[in-house]
Design a protein around this ligand. Structure first.
Ligand code: FAD
Length: 317
């Protein structure tokens, strides 16, 4: 079923999850171990992130270095198929522009269609290795908005090869990313929203937000989006804070703020367990307030670890 149908059929707030593929060489069981306890909360869908190649430099015998590309977390499509099969729940692969030509994107979408996967989250992806900024493939997409157009074209039966006869139409429901604290490359929020609106006009049917730790940022974002004429569901994304190092890593990697009250609480902690507990209590507070304000669904960034998310959701029951 499509995410939009889950949202419109829901009688009470839904709880969805994002997991990431295990490191290469790890078993699928690690994913099941992360999902099993969370099934108690009847997720309508589970997202699986996509991780493109990274570059490492190998030293050669002659002293020179050779650039080698590796993918540490392959398996997004396979994991989605396995989740769908094992739990009968909708699995949503993240599809990115980076590293894909349009032809490769089309082939990946065909695989998904064959697997009965009819939801995708369409993203641009980030720069890799030592690139200063995101660089699309020579025949790839530069922004998520044009990736969306390709998916919509397939939904209308338009493939890259215009000579194909009697083609099947795909039927993907497309989600996109939104940034309550602005995408880090955007000069300002208004500019970012202009392009978010373009993604919706091109065919995106819902938005999932970047994580935030201050609900007011989400409420303000929602209001500004509505004023800008962005009227699709906007699903808030929450990440339970679990370690002290995240006070530095999350703002650095995701370009978000951690409220002072939360960082003060974490800094007072004398054990790892106490920090996790602070993150759980903060997540409960955020979740309760979002529910009171009528959000259709809360999406938890579990990082494939169920512990804190489980405790947050258990306390909401
Ligand atoms: P876009 O919507 O393309 O926007 C990128 C930037 O370009 C923004 O600043 C925007 O304002 C600007 N822009 C957009 N269109 C134009 C235009 N036509 N002209 C000029 N400027 C424009 N990354 C992964 O690699 N794998 C994942 O699985 C993954 N999952 C994610 C899930 C969520 C919910 C979120 C919020 C992010 C995720 N990301 C993932 C990270 C994402 O790929 C990065 O944040 C990336 O930098 C932007 O992706 P986007 O789809 O938002 O880009």
């Amino acid at each position: 079923m499509k995410v939009t149908e889950h949202l419109s059929n829901a009688k009470k707030p839904l709880f969805s999850f994002e997991i990431l593929p295990p490191l290469k060489g790890q078993k699928m069981q690690s994913i099941y171990d992360a999902i099993d306890p969370l099934m108690e909360f009847k997720p309508p869908f589970i997202d699986v992130t996509y991780h493109r190649e990274e570059y490492v430099f190998q030293k050669l015998d002659n002293g020179l270095h050779k650039r080698k590309s590796i993918r540490k977390r392959p398996g997004t499509v396979g994991i989605c198929a396995a989740i769908k099969h094992k739990y009968a729940v909708d699995a949503i692969p993240h599809i990115i522009c980076g590293g894909f030509s349009k032809e490769e994107t089309e082939n990946a979408l065909i695989d998904l269609e064959f697997l009965g996967i009819d939801n995708v989250l369409a993203l641009r992806g980030d720069a890799v290795g030592n690139e200063a900024r995101f660089v699309p493939e020579p025949d790839g997409h530069d922004y998520a908005s044009s990736l969306i157009t390709q998916i919509i074209n397939m939904n209308e039966g338009k493939y890259l090869d215009e000579n194909l006869q009697n083609v099947a139409k795909s039927d993907f429901c497309i989600g996109v990313a939104g940034y309550p604290e602005k995408h880090f490359e955007a000069p300002n929020l208004a500019n970012d929203l202009k392009y978010l609106k373009q993604k919706v006009e091109n065919g995106a049917e819902y938005i999932v937000t970047q994580m935030f730790f201050d609900n007011q940022k989400y409420f303000d974002f929602l209001k500004t989006c509505r004023e800008a004429g962005i009227n699709v569901p906007i699903i808030p994304g929450l990440k339970p804070l679990t370690t002290k190092s995240q006070l530095i890593n999350l703002p650095r990697n995701f370009h978000i703020d951690i409220p002072q009250e939360l960082s003060d609480e974490v800094e007072k902690c004398t054990s790892k367990e106490a920090i996790k507990q602070v993150g759980i209590e903060w997540g409960i507070k955020q979740s309760k307030e979002l529910i009171e304000n009528g959000v259709p669904c809360i999406h938890y960034y579990t990082m494939s670890r169920h512990g804190s998310t489980y405790k947050i959701l258990k306390s909401l029951a």
